[in-house]
Write a protein that binds this ligand. Structure first.
Ligand code: M6R
Length: 629
């Protein structure tokens, strides 16, 4: 999509894993530990089961690894280790429990080759058996370790160079990977490789970096080179060379990342999640910047221009995504069905591939993903694309796999989202869905007046969102009162039904409280049985076409002594007489209401998580980019 070149890799219908990889090559020996730790801490949101480091030194490779958070690793590290090439890894466990021995980097028998890996080596059992027959001794349960021994094996047996041994090893592997590899006898050198797991090279003046994503590199440089699938690169003190696995040299110039280094800092906020909720108005501003022609009631989406004619011909849009992005897609489905003039349907990316979809030339697929790396979404996208269907993306991370794989799309420009719980990306995705609705609608029957109204309301949103943030103190007080309850029901209708689902998802993720989202109308068909004085409900009840019916549902809960918090439109005094607590949001048009109504729910989940003493930026068992199926 946009300026990103077509992605050339073949379809790989397999899983890969999350984890964060970071490394550097420097012209001189420098203190490696603080640099690697800083990089790893910025990538910790990708996984935090264990962490490790390896650095070439004058006395061979220095390596330490530890289960648990990066802080645990930090405690056992000598900060004075000097090195000109070092790698680090933060793990989200797949093969092998999150123990010290399974942490990366892994090494060869002679302790000269060390590597960190993100991905899954599918044929690792076969490789391991062969290597054991060649007397290799393994010290972990991971799939990754085989590759360190494989490189060593090629170097032992065939007297091949380090580079050639890595290339031959990569050719022997079936699976997905991003690798960083160092060799004790070649200080000042890192070999990196990519296949379906993200990896980029950062070009500083004295130091070159490698990382799973740009957030770790940004404090050092904004000039990056993206590695493509099936490529490896050799980084030395003086240069870097990229080649494919058949040794064909590849020339690639660098790109400039637009994100500011400040975007990956907490600044004065206690958590990234809170900072990112406070960035929600800015995320909407960035999503609409330069994209609204108010006078003509139009959305100008440069990323869709190349397929504008194809879009005129489609009559059905399948939207696919996971988690919070799915919920943004569900609201997008309502928007497009109601105002975009075509039929829209949302599908979980993790299910889409298993359905027999009757697709035709008038169908397009839209994948939504903050990270652009979610394996389920990428897998669904590749499967549908293989059937010849036009594929579009709404993606935040520029140059990510989904951005590359789609034929056209719209970037969110929300800036990096570090908190594992998605917040500002959600409102940004909703904004882009509204822009796409306007774009499609105005290609079809939507009137100038209707288009202008949507454009004007979009433009007015950031100020209204800032007003919601001024109520954070009240929301915090409400969260304090309710944080000890162990069950919550979130209820809404139409556009605010997916908002109810998002409120419940966020509360589950951050506070580990059982929370369910339901369509308010469905509540009486079952969930109402759970209601008691100990089971609060949160109603999203703005003054829209659904209001009267939603109020009936509130009455039903109150009649059964259930505590109720309502998110309602400013000026609605009546509702405060019905419910226990009200959080007010400004008025906007119905299809944009979710962008305002979700903000109190994000704040509520955040404060409840904090009051319950959780690490809200890194909730247990989760990782930011879910690159496993
Ligand atoms: O990067 P993506 O938008 O593709 O991620 C999709 C989901 O994994 C993500 O939204 C997840 O549900 C969040 N943790 C929700 O807060």
């Amino acid at each position: 999509m946009l300026s990103i070149k077509a992605h050339k890799s073949a379809f790989i219908d397999i899983i890969n894993s999350m984890c964060g990889i970071f490394g550097f090559v420097s012209k001189n020996n420098i203190k490696a530990v603080p640099i690697i730790l800083d990089g790893l801490k910025r990538l910790e949101y990708r996984g935090y089961d264990s962490a490790g480091i390896a650095a070439t030194t004058v006395r061979g490779v220095f390596s330490r690894k530890k289960s648990g958070r990066i802080l645990e690793l930090e405690k056992i590290l000598n900060k004075n280790v000097e090195s000109s090439s070092a790698i680090g890894h933060t793990r989200w466990a797949t093969h092998g429990a999150p123990t010290d021995k399974n942490s990366h980097p892994h090494s060869s028998c002679d302790k000269k080759i060390y590597l960190a890996h993100n991905g899954i080596i599918e044929n690792f059992r076969d490789l391991k058996d062969k290597l054991i027959r060649n007397n290799h001794k393994f010290s972990s349960d991971t799939d990754t370790e085989v590759v360190a021994h494989l490189v060593e094996d090629f170097m032992n047996d065939k007297a091949t160079s380090f580079e050639e041994a890595v290339r031959l090893s990569l050719k022997s592997i079936v699976g997905t990977y991003a690798f960083t590899i160092i060799y004790a006898d070649h200080p000042g050198k890192i070999i990196v490789a990519r296949n379906s797991s993200p990896l980029l090279i950062g070009l500083g003046d004295e130091i070159k970096f490698v990382a799973s994503d740009a957030s770790a590199i940004l404090p050092h440089t904004r000039n990056v080179v993206y590695l493509e699938d099936g490529e490896f690169a050799i980084l030395t003190k003086n240069d870097f060379r990229i080649a494919n696995l058949d040794r064909k040299a590849i020339e690639r110039s660098h790109e400039k990342i637009e994100w500011s280094p400040d975007a990956v800092k907490k600044n004065n906020f206690p958590h990234f999640m809170l900072k990112e909720i406070y960035e929600e108005p800015e995320a909407v501003e960035n999503a609409i910047r330069g994209r609204l022609v108010i006078r003509d009631g139009l959305a100008k989406l440069g990323g869709l221009e190349t397929v504008e004619k194809d879009l005129r011909n489609i009559n059905r849009l399948i939207i696919t995504a996971c988690g919070t992005a799915y919920l943004a897609g569900q609201i997008g489905e309502y928007m497009i069905e109601e105002s975009g003039g075509i039929s829209a349907e949302i599908e979980y990316a993790s299910e889409l591939r298993y359905k027999k979809n009757s697709l035709n030339a008038k169908t397009a697929l839209l994948a939504i993903s903050q990270s652009g790396e979610t394996a389920d979404t990428l897998g669904a996208l590749k499967e549908i694309k293989r059937k010849g269907i036009l594929t579009l993306g709404v993606v935040n991370v520029i140059g990510s796999s989904i951005a590359r794989e789609t034929q056209a799309g719209v970037y969110n420009h929300a800036g990096p989202e570090i908190g594992v719980a998605s917040t500002k990306a959600f409102v940004s995705q909703l904004t882009v869905m509204a822009l796409i609705t306007l774009f499609l609608g105005r290609q079809r029957g939507m009137s100038l007046i209707a288009g202008r109204k949507i454009a004007e309301e979009l433009q007015a949103l950031p100020e209204k969102m800032k007003k919601v943030l001024t109520r954070a103190g009240d929301i915090k007080k409400i969260a304090k009162r309710y944080h000890k309850f162990n069950n919550f029901l979130f209820l809404g209708r139409k556009y605010n039904y997916p908002v109810a689902l998002e409120g419940a998802l966020k509360l589950k993720e951050i506070s580990y409280i059982h929370a369910e989202g339901y369509g308010a109308g469905e509540m009486k068909h079952g969930p109402i049985a759970m209601i008691s004085k100990d089971f609060p409900s949160i109603f999203i009840a703005p003054s829209d076409s659904m209001y009267e019916k939603t109020v009936n549902n509130i009455q039903e809960i109150k009649a059964r002594n259930g505590p109720v918090i309502a998110v309602a439109t400013e000026g609605n005094k009546e509702i405060s007489k019905l419910v226990d607590d009200v959080i007010y949001i400004p008025k906007t048009i119905e299809m944009l209401t979710p962008i305002l109504s979700v903000m109190p729910l994000h704040l509520f989940a955040y404060y409840v998580g904090v009051f319950r003493g959780h690490d809200v930026d890194k909730p247990r068992n989760l990782a930011k980019s879910v690159t496993v199926e």
